[in-house]
Design a protein around this ligand. Structure first.
Ligand SMILES: CC(C)(COP(=O)(O)OP(=O)(O)OC[C@H]1O[C@@H](n2cnc3c(N)ncnc32)[C@H](O)[C@@H]1OP(=O)(O)O)[C@@H](O)C(=O)NCCC(=O)NCCS
Length: 135
């Protein structure tokens, strides 16, 4: 498996469809109107494909001078098989200093991958996110 940048229309649409399936429908983290959002225009969208289908995606963009990871989504059938770690490690290689906001459940995944907690923030009424960084 290799990590690629989504550049074709098909790859970008598949990555966004996966984000909708995982982050909106399955977990309710983001809203439909946010998916995609305007930041996708200047973000880098990384993907992993299997048999031409996108099974994992993450995007990176510069936010106030620091690279920020967002929209991490792994297809339900491919979780816990190393796809997320592969994507994350590739992203770290490309952008050595990164931060992101994560839900509580995924903190251990990022800790395993060299990130540590640096804060806590509330988004909307129900979601608390934890800020993590690797520098
Ligand atoms: C969280 C997520 C990105 C991890 O990707 P993944 O491909 O499943 O993870 P990997 O197989 O590379 O690594 C799994 C390791 O992280 C750990 N881990 C901790 N929390 C986890 C979680 N919520 N989901 C999956 N793995 C988790 C596992 O214990 C495992 O470690 P182990 O191999 O020592 O047991 C993925 O499961 C996912 O998309 N989840 C649903 C969407 C989501 O929560 N997105 C928000 C991300 S901020």
């Amino acid at each position: 498996m290799k990590v690629e940048i989504a550049t074709t229309k098909d790859d970008i649409l598949q990555a966004i469809a996966l984000r909708r399936d995982v982050l909106v429908k399955e977990f309710g983290y983001s809203q439909y109107q946010d998916e995609p959002d305007r930041y996708d225009l200047d973000a880098t969208i990384y993907i992993i494909k299997e048999n031409r289908r996108v099974i994992g995606t993450v995007r990176v963009r510069k936010d106030e001078g620091i690279h920020r990871i967002q929209r991490v989504a792994i297809d339900v059938k491919h979780r816990k098989t190393g796809v997320g770690s592969l994507l994350l490690q590739h992203t770290v290689n490309e952008h050595p200093q990164l931060y992101l906001l994560v839900p509580k459940e995924t903190i251990p995944f990022y800790t395993n991958n060299g990130f540590h907690l640096t804060g806590e923030t509330k988004k909307g009424k129900i979601h608390t996110y934890f800020r993590m960084q690797n520098f």
